[in-house]
Design a protein around this ligand. Structure first.
Ligand code: C5P
Length: 346
């Protein structure tokens, strides 16, 4: 049986990097949001053994380095299934774009595999397996608006933000996430050492790791406060909008929960290390803001930069401006949990 699935992308609505944990990962707080841009995957299980990845894009690994390979290998064992798994990836999302392309591909191939072998793992087992393969995988088992904590792998469904028009700019550069994290550490260490030297008359009195940890934790606690205040405002809302933000009797201020979140000042910490290295990405963000985006940001560690717009017309106009300056840009919408789940298999 051949199973075809859509493998959607995500953007990050704010991303706060915390201290380095004993396991080497960085503590993280972020809000993931699934969007309508996607790759297409065809998965089939035939006679034989092994896993075969087919993709025309030479940048996509065809071996164990591919997240699809790693999750399918684990899933076949957990499902006690046999056969040769062939995964064909039609790549439309950028590689190393910060849109979770590879992670989404892995989860989509896992869900397609379950359908192909007509067996399913329980939800918690699926989440565990996904987290073993990468921090950005579990979010794709939930979809919609998702809170990510831990090192990004611990995910909680949030009340869905109402669908909103989104322009995703895909500059022609790839950003390595581990390298961006390393840059963040180096930068924070330099900044904190410098301020300690000034404050203490020339001598650091604490290790830089300790300083990084303290500073990072404080900022994450603050983001946590902002998010809980925002969430409780949503649930106390007596305007009749409900948690979806869509008023009972029409569209009206449908975007307001998202605007509220944006007004809280959410930011992506990766911008601080990625923009100095790729100044053209900062310029893309400025173009989006000038074109009327009510929020624009780097997604994950980039290189994709997105803008959120009040309507499709404004989004199309902004995308046109970017394309005229030679930047690939696509117009899409954010996907609610329900839309995401339905459209994976439709
Ligand atoms: O989990 P994932 O495979 O996506 O992570 C890739 C690399 O990114 C990790 O090996 C680690 O170097 C870095 N990382 C991190 N902190 C996170 C997530 C990823 O340092 N929260």
């Amino acid at each position: 049986m051949l199973v075809t699935v859509r493998s959607f992308a995500k953007i990050n609505l704010g991303l706060c990097i915390g201290p380095v944990r004993p396991d080497g990962y960085h503590e993280l707080r972020t809000v993931y949001q699934t969007i309508g841009l996607h790759d297409i995957l065809h998965v089939q299980v035939t006679r034989g053994t092994g896993i075969e990845i087919r993709c025309e894009d030479p940048r996509v690994p065809k071996d164990q380095a591919n997240t699809c390979y790693r999750i399918v290998e684990r899933a076949m064992a957990a499902l006690k299934a046999r056969g040769r798994v062939i995964i064909e990836i039609e790549k439309r999302l950028p590689v190393q774009g910060g849109l979770g392309g590879a992670s989404g591909n892995a989860v989509a191939s896992f869900l397609a595999l379950e359908r192909a072998v007509q067996k399913q793992l329980p939800g918690p087992e699926k989440l565990r397996l996904a987290a073993e393969v990468g921090s950005d995988l579990p979010l794709f088992l939930i979809g919609g608006t998702v809170l990510g904590v831990g090192h990004g792998e611990e995910v909680y469904p949030l009340p869905d933000l109402p669908p909103v028009s989104c322009v995703v700019a895909m500059p022609d550069v790839g950003v390595s996430t581990p390298k961006a994290f390393a840059e963040w550490d180096a930068r924070l260490e330099a900044v904190e050492l410098r301020s300690t030297w000034t404050a203490e008359g020339g001598r650091p009195y604490m290790s830089s790791a300790k300083l990084t940890g303290t500073n990072g934790s404080d900022r994450m606690v603050e983001l946590g406060r902002v998010l809980s205040a925002w969430l409780s405002a949503q649930s106390n809302d007596k305007s009749g909008k409900g948690l979806s933000g869509v008023p009972a009797g029409g569209r009206g201020r449908a975007e307001s929960p998202l605007l509220d979140l944006v007004r809280t000042g959410i930011e992506n910490d990766f911008e601080q290390v990625v923009f100095p290295q790729y100044p053209e990405l900062r310029e893309v963000k400025s173009v989006l803001v000038r074109a009327g985006a009510f929020y624009a940001s780097l997604s994950g560690s980039g290189s994709a930069v997105y803008g959120l717009f009040r309507n499709r017309e404004a989004a199309e106009k902004a995308a046109g401006e970017l394309r005229r300056s030679g930047i690939e840009a696509r117009v899409t919408k954010t996907l609610t949990r329900r839309q995401y789940r339905k459209r994976i298999f439709d």
